[in-house]
Ligand binder design. Structure first.
Ligand SMILES: C[S@@+](CC[C@H](N)C(=O)[O-])C[C@H]1O[C@@H](n2cnc3c(N)ncnc32)[C@H](O)[C@@H]1O
Length: 269
């Protein structure tokens, strides 16, 4: 099942985990809609697709104690961190590209938190994922849908606002996640149940440049990856300055970072 991954800007597991609390809540909200019966199907593994640093994979294994749990990710940096999360032999981590995911045997649950938005054309992959499941099996996916929010719009604006413009013109950032109804139309013919919802989390952040620090662990990476150190610093400072106006610090020192996320829980007919 090991497939070569496309070249990506490197992930920094520790920077990503800096906001682990804020990122954990949607992962648990998604997990909360999984039918426990699916977590206990003998011989049907649970896959955590785009498992990242493996902290959520570990929680999946603690919640669903009857199944093997397999984390798949294309980043060696993330997988190295993931392998430190648990010594439970039921949990394994494998390098693989989600664009070519093909399990060895039908899984019981395909779970993916904050990963598929990194794949161009991900919506066309979802029916194929659902077809991998036995009848009753569940596909559970969460993706950020914050593309139009200042956090992402100002990334694009800062990219145009300095001598780095030509280099950053070539960067393909996170592709936008579509309207919920598009996912409904694509998945519904294959489902016995389909639940789609959105939540906007009012994430309370602290520290200097909190929103820039948050996106530095994810969406900002492809931009920073093509700049040298001096350019990267100037670009980051321009972006952080724009963000400070859009996300003011409250009287108690907290910066609220509203973040919209799309959830899909589909049960195979
Ligand atoms: C934002 S992190 C989310 C990690 C984890 N699911 C979590 O919720 O903490 C996105 C992860 O998706 C992985 N990823 C992105 N594109 C991928 C691909 N084509 N194949 C496999 N993994 C991919 C990245 O390496 C990264 O670890």
């Amino acid at each position: 099942m090991i497939v070569e991954s496309p070249k990506q800007a490197a992930w920094d597991a520790n920077l990503y985990l800096k906001f682990a609390d804020a990122r954990l809540r949607p992962a648990l909200d998604l997990m909360g809609r999984i039918d426990p019966a699916n977590g206990a199907r003998p011989g049907h593994a649970i896959y955590d697709l785009g498992c990242g640093a493996g902290n959520i994979t570990r929680i999946l294994s603690e919640r669903f104690t009857q199944s093997a749990v397999v984390g798949i990710d294309s980043s060696e940096e993330m997988l190295a961190k993931a392998r430190t999360q648990t010594a439970d032999p039921r949990v394994t981590f494998t390098k693989g590209d989600l664009a070519h995911f093909k399990p060895d045997a039908p899984p019981g649950i395909l779970y993916s938190n904050a990963a598929y938005h990194w794949l161009a054309g991900h919506i066309d992959m979802f029916p194929g994922l659902l077809k991998l499941l036995p009848s009753g099996g569940q596909l559970a996916i969460q993706m950020p849908r914050n593309h139009e929010a200042p956090s992402h719009a100002l990334m694009r604006e800062a990219a145009q606002a300095g001598p780095w413009k030509t280099k950053l013109d070539q960067v393909r950032g996170i592709g936008p996640v579509s309207e919920p109804a598009r996912y409904y139309d694509v998945l519904k013919p294959l489902c016995s149940d389909l639940e789609i919802w959105e939540s906007i989390y009012q994430q309370p952040l602290t520290g200097k440049d909190p929103v820039a620090q948050y996106t530095a662990g994810t969406g900002l990476r492809p931009y920073m990856a093509v700049l040298d150190e001096t350019e990267g610093k100037a670009f980051y400072e321009t972006y952080a300055r724009l963000l400070a106006e859009a996300y003011p610090t409250r009287a108690d020192g907290i910066t609220l970072f509203p973040f919209r996320r799309l959830f899909i829980v589909a049960r195979r007919a």
